[in-house]
Design a protein around this ligand. Structure first.
Ligand SMILES: Cc1cc2nc3c(=O)[nH]c(=O)nc-3n(C[C@H](O)[C@H](O)[C@H](O)COP(=O)(O)OP(=O)(O)OC[C@H]3O[C@@H](n4cnc5c(N)ncnc54)[C@H](O)[C@@H]3O)c2cc1C
Length: 396
C-alpha cells in the first residue's frame, strides 16, 4: 500500500473512511480509471470485533465487483454447518461460508488498492460542500478538491457533524454481539461449524455460531441484552459456565465451551440518517444506516451501496457538470438500495421479536415455528430408524 504526499490535490471523487465501504469503492473506481482520493486517520485498521463471517450471497457481490480473488485470500472457507434447534440436531446444511477477522480483511483490501489510489493517512479538519466542488482540508494543511465527496466513516461522527447531517437512533441498544475464541481446535471439533439457537424466549439468546477462523475455533453469540445488565457482566466473568447451562446439547462438541480469549462485547443500535439529501456529498455503508449483526446482512448492505454507486450512479453523475442534490438523490431513491436497506431493517426487527417478544402474536408464531421444527426432527429420526431397521425387515 502506498501513501499520498501532502499538498494540493484535485480528484473526481474523495472518499473519507477506508473501511469496508470506502476501500472497496476506491478500488473499483480506481480500476475504472477514475481519479480518487481515499482518506482515513489510521494507516492500519485496528483489530476490532466486527463482522467475522459472510455467506455466498455476499461473496457474489464481491465477485460482481471483481474483488472476490482478493477477499478469498483473506478468509477461511467452510462448506457445511450443523444446526441445533430446540436442544436437538435440526439440520446439516451444505453451504459455503467465509470467516475472517475484520481488521485483517480491511488491511488486506487496503493492500490491494490500485497504485493510482493511495491511502491518505490524515484527519479532516475542514469540509465545505456545494453543487460543483467539495473542498477538504486535512490536519497537515493539505487540501483536496473533488467533484463528489463520499462519506464512508462507519460509526465515526466527526465528518457527519462537520457536514451537518444527523444520525437518528431507531432502536437504541437493539442487541449485543459477543465474540471469543474456544480452546478446542478445528480438528478436535466434532463438526466443521455449528449454529445453535436459543431454546427459551426468557434466555434472550438469538444464536451462537461456532466456526473455524484460521487455526482456531471462533464463537459469535448474539443476544438481546445490554452491556450494563448483570447477565452480561456474569457472562464476561464466566462464559464457560453460562454456555454449558444455556446450551448443554452442544457443550460436549465444543470441549465444554472452554474459552481461550477475553469475551469481546459490542452493543449495537439500529440507526438511520437525516438531512443527508444535499449538494456534493453522499453517505454510504454504516455511515448511512446500521442494521443488527444477528441476521448478518450488514456487509451485503454495504456492498450493495458500493455496487450501485460504482456501476450506476457515479458514472452518470460525472458525465455532466455539477453535483447538485438532485443527482445525489437518485442514489438514495435507487430501488435496489432502498429494498436492501429496508430488508436489513425488517429482518433486524423480526429476528428480535421472534426471539424474545412475549405478546400473543409472537408467542403463537414461535409455537407454530417450533411445532413445525419438532415434526421435522421426529420425521428425520423416524426415517433414520426405518433405514437402520430395513435390513432386518428384509431378512424376515
Ligand atoms: C459486532 C458486530 C458484528 C457484525 N457481524 C456482522 C456479520 O456477521 N455479517 C455482516 O454482514 N455484518 C456484520 N456486521 C456489520 C458490518 O461489520 C458493518 O456493516 C460493516 O463493517 C460496515 O462497513 P463500513 O465501511 O460502513 O464501516 P467501517 O468498516 O467501520 O469503516 C469506517 C472507516 O471510517 C474511518 N473513519 C472514522 N471516522 C473517520 C474520520 N473522521 N475521518 C476519516 N475516516 C474515518 C474508520 O477508521 C474506518 O476505517 C457486524 C457489526 C458489528 C458491530
Amino acid at each position: 500500500m502506498s501513501t499520498a504526499e501532502a499538498g494540493q490535490t484535485e480528484v473526481e471523487v474523495v472518499i473519507v473512511g477506508a473501511g469496508m465501504a470506502g476501500t472497496t469503492l476506491a478500488t473499483v473506481l480506481g480500476q475504472a480509471g477514475r481519479k480518487v482520493a481515499l482518506i482515513d486517520p489510521h494507516r492500519v485498521h485496528h483489530d476490532e470485533f466486527r463482522a467475522e463471517k459472510i455467506g455466498m450471497d455476499q461473496m457474489l457481490l464481491f465477485e460482481k465487483l471483481g474483488l472476490d480473488a482478493t477477499v478469498k485470500r483473506l478468509v477461511t472457507s467452510t462448506t457445511d454447518t450443523h444446526v441445533f434447534r430446540l436442544g436437538q440436531l435440526f439440520a446439516h446444511e451444505k453451504k459455503s461460508e467465509f470467516t475472517f477477522s475484520y481488521g485483517a480483511l480491511i488491511n488486506g483490501l487496503r493492500d490491494a488498492l490500485p497504485p493510482q489510489v493511495p491511502l491518505t493517512v490524515g484527519k479532516v479538519t475542514e469540509i465545505s460542500t456545494g453543487p460543483d466542488r467539495q473542498r477538504l482540508v486535512l490536519a497537515d494543511g493539505s487540501v483536496i478538491s473533488a467533484r463528489l465527496l463520499v462519506v464512508a466513516t462507519g460509526h465515526g461522527e466527526a465528518v457527519r457533524r462537520a457536514v451537518g447531517v444527523e444520525r437518528v437512533e431507531q432502536s437504541k441498544a437493539h442487541s449485543l454481539s459477543m465474540g471469543f475464541d474456544l480452546a478446542i481446535s478445528p480438528r478436535e471439533f466434532a463438526y466443521q461449524s455449528a449454529t445453535c439457537y436459543g431454546r427459551r424466549a426468557a434466555d434472550r439468546v438469538a444464536y451462537i455460531s461456532i466456526f473455524p477462523l484460521g487455526n482456531k475455533m471462533r464463537a459469535n453469540m448474539f443476544v438481546y441484552r445490554t452491556v450494563a445488565e448483570p447477565w452480561t457482566r456474569a457472562f464476561r466473568q464466566d462464559p464457560q459456565k453460562m454456555l454449558c447451562e444455556l446450551m448443554p446439547e452442544i457443550a460436549a462438541l465444543c470441549g465444554n465451551f472452554e474459552v481461550a480469549s477475553p469475551v469481546e462485547i459490542r452493543q449495537v443500535s439500529l440507526n438511520t440518517t437525516q438531512g443527508h439529501r444535499r449538494d456534493g456529498v453522499v453517505f454510504i455503508g454504516d455511515a448511512f444506516c446500521t442494521t443488527c449483526p444477528t441476521p448478518g446482512v450488514g456487509i451485503g448492505r454495504v456492498m450493495t451501496d458500493v455496487d450501485q454507486l460504482h456501476s450506476v450512479h457515479i458514472p452518470r453523475w460525472l458525465e455532466t457538470p455539477g453535483m447538485a442534490a438532485d443527482k445525489i438523490n437518485a442514489f438514495y431513491d435507487d430501488p435496489v438500495k432502498v429494498a436492501t436497506d429496508e430488508d436489513g431493517m425488517r429482518v433486524s426487527y423480526y429476528a428480535k421479536s421472534i426471539t424474545i417478544e412475549t405478546g400473543l402474536e409472537w408467542r403463537v408464531r414461535r409455537l407454530r415455528n417450533n411445532t413445525a421444527r419438532r415434526l421435522m426432527i421426529i420425521g428425520r429420526k423416524m426415517r433414520h430408524l426405518g433405514q437402520r431397521q430395513a435390513p432386518v425387515a428384509n431378512m424376515q
